[in-house]
Design a protein around this ligand. Structure first.
Ligand code: IMP
Length: 186
């Protein structure tokens, strides 16, 4: 039994490719933050980050805190409205701490821009960004991405935390719906 129709979903990045890339990002992050005073907080941007954050956190060999920010998504649409709304705030202050923002995907860059401006007002020791995916062709505002998993073409991707009509976040890989209709079993 498989909850999705594999004929309708083309695999773009397999679970193995994702795991290997995250292991490498974790090693790099560990090296870069080792010995820094102030403490590391990884801040996941809900909801798409949850799977990437869970795997990345385990790939970082340092003591760290985990926190989350919620931002409004596109709803059922697949286009950014350009209006970003915070729906959930951090649970603890980040002043004096090293913040690593963990994003599933940077598409237009509008969400990340808003978050970086917002975080800067809280006086962290530093702010860096880890994003699993980036679609350079869609960029409307430039942001620094310090740790990037993969650059991908301009296609709407699903799985590994990313949703299609609020579903398919639990696919273990990143894919593209090539079937047209909803690619899951009723
Ligand atoms: P941005 O503000 O346009 O960069 O959009 C960022 C957010 O849009 C991401 O955190 C995702 O939640 C959502 N998003 C952008 N592209 C995709 C996609 O291809 N699949 C699923 N969600 C996406």
């Amino acid at each position: 039994m498989q909850f999705y129709d594999s004929k309708q979903i083309e695999v773009m990045l397999s679970a193995e490719e994702i795991a290997a890339r995250i292991a490498a990002l974790g090693r790099q992050i560990t090296k870069d933050y080792e010995g820094l005073s102030g403490g590391l907080v990884i801040v996941g941007v809900l909801r798409g980050c949850f799977m990437f954050l869970a795997d990345l956190a385990r790939a970082i060999d340092l003591p760290l805190e985990v926190d989350f920010l919620g931002v409004s998504s596109y709803g059922e649409a697949q286009e950014s409205s350009g209006v970003v709304r915070m729906t959930q705030d951090l649970s603890r202050p980040v002043a004096g701490k090293h913040v690593l923002v963990v994003e599933d995907i940077v598409d237009t860059g509008l969400t990340l821009k808003y978050l970086l401006e917002n975080l800067a007002t809280r006086h962290p020791a530093s702010v860096k960004v880890a994003a699993l995916l980036h679609k350079p062709a869609r960029t409307r505002v430039e942001n620094p991405i310090d740790y990037l998993g993969f650059e991908i073409p301009d296609r709407f991707v699903i799985g590994y935390g990313l949703d299609y009509e609020s579903k398919l976040r639990n696919l273990p890989f990143i894919g593209v719906n090539i079937g047209g209709s909803t690619p899951w079993k009723a």
